[in-house]
Write a protein that binds this ligand. Structure first.
Ligand SMILES: Cc1cc2nc3c(=O)[nH]c(=O)nc-3n(C[C@H](O)[C@H](O)[C@H](O)COP(=O)(O)OP(=O)(O)OC[C@H]3O[C@@H](n4cnc5c(N)ncnc54)[C@H](O)[C@@H]3O)c2cc1C
Length: 342
């Protein structure tokens, strides 16, 4: 694309942040941008917003999604702060459209599960036992493999944790993880960095990571009632020996007891890689206000134009974010070009 843009004599301004839209009589006529302290006014017959929604903006997450920022770890690209949404609002769109957070999998703060073996071991391995702030199990831990669903389980708890024991730790290192994280850490990968990663988090006093010699110690670290947690673990170990999870019906293959000290505990959070939505558009990808009226000269594409998905990210349809970005980019580009040439 860059080669083609150069061939066509297009200027690409890198490290230049769009700040505001230039609006005259309700029509968008350009952009105000800033580069190294210099303010630029770029006039245009059409402006296309493509700033990627608002994944890194926890205020918008709190206001416009059903998620709680404290239960979410954003592990996507930095700088995706909702600038396009703000600019569209300033230009007359009205309030931000409802946002969707397509959280994928779980993680251990502050780690990203596609690059951290500790995050994969602590948050994604289906053999772990999950417990909440009361020290009780709250879901079938095998759901971790469903990527988009376990987030709802974590969101519905005040706090969520996972635990595994030394035997599981050794299995993860010597035999490999059962699930991994998609194509980033393949299922079956031997987690040879686990010890080093764990030590780094313990050394930095990460309040979400604990290595404990007893369940009492683990419960105290996470401020959970020890007697309840011990009861939960005893019950779960019973399910593991009978091969029958009477509470949540986890696959018996994932019913692994928590019995051999030391124990490894983790605060688990929803893994957010981006957000989706915020700007109202029509099928031409023109930005519309709350009454459906087009803001002339303004288009939006990619993650920040909402309405393509509901509240749960449709992982069954691969490319449901990038595909929308490509498709809407083409639609908006075609229409913006036609407007510019009219
Ligand atoms: C780890 C990971 C895995 C993913 N896997 C998949 C997958 O398998 N399939 C899939 O479909 N999707 C996937 N996604 C999501 C997908 O990558 C995004 O939804 C898609 O890249 C969004 O494209 P976009 O063009 O809307 O925005 P982005 O690609 O986010 O681009 C927005 C750009 O705008 C820039 N910007 C922001 N504010 C300003 C401003 N004020 N001025 C100028 N520039 C600004 C940003 O720096 C950024 O470069 C994944 C995302 C991540 C992080």
């Amino acid at each position: 694309m860059e080669a083609k843009a150069n061939e066509l004599g297009m200027d690409i301004l890198k490290s230049t942040a769009a700040q505001h839209l230039l609006v005259e009589d309700g029509t968008v006529v350009g952009v105000q941008a800033e580069a190294s302290g210099t303010i630029l006014h770029v006039r245009a017959k059409a402006v296309i917003l493509a700033t990627g929604s608002a994944g890194a903006n926890s205020d918008l997450l709190a206001r416009y999604t059903v998620r709680t920022p404290e239960k979410v770890r954003y592990t996507g690209a930095p700088g995706i702060e909702g600038d396009g949404i703000r600019m569209a609002t300033e230009a007359g769109m009205g309030e931000c459209f409802r946002l969707m957070m397509p959280s994928i999998g779980l993680t251990v703060e502050p780690l990203a599960p596609f690059s951290s073996q500790l995050a994969v071991a602590g948050a994604m391995e289906p053999t772990n036992l999950w417990f909440n702030q009361r020290g009780e199990r709250f879901a079938n831990e095998g759901l971790s493999q469903a990527y988009t669903f376990p987030n709802n389980c974590v969101e519905s708890q005040v706090r969520a944790y996972s635990v595994f024991d030394q035997e599981s730790f050794d299995r993860l290192v010597n035999e490999g993880c059962l699930v991994g994280w998609a194509m980033y850490i393949f299922a079956g990968t031997k987690l040879s960095d686990l010890s080093d990663e764990l030590q780094r988090e313990l050394d930095s006093n990460n309040p979400g990571v604990c290595k404990a010699d007893t369940i009492d110690e683990l419960a105290s670290f996470f401020d959970v009632d020890a007697a309840t947690l011990k009861g939960t673990i005893d019950e779960y170990n019973g399910y593991a020996s009978s091969g029958n999870d009477a509470e949540f019906h986890k696959d018996p293959a994932f019913l692994v007891p928590v019995g051999t000290a030391p124990f490894y505990g983790f605060r688990i959070k929803q893994n957010c890689i981006n957000m989706y939505g915020g700007i109202h558009v029509n099928p031409n990808n023109e930005v519309i206000n709350e009454d459906g009226v087009v803001i002339p000269g303004l288009y939006a594409v990619g993650s920040e134009c909402g309405g393509y998905q509901g509240e749960t990210y449709g992982l069954a349809l691969p490319g449901s974010c990038q595909g929308v970005s490509l498709g809407t980019g083409r639609v908006a580009g075609t229409n913006a070009a036609a407007r510019a040439q009219a």
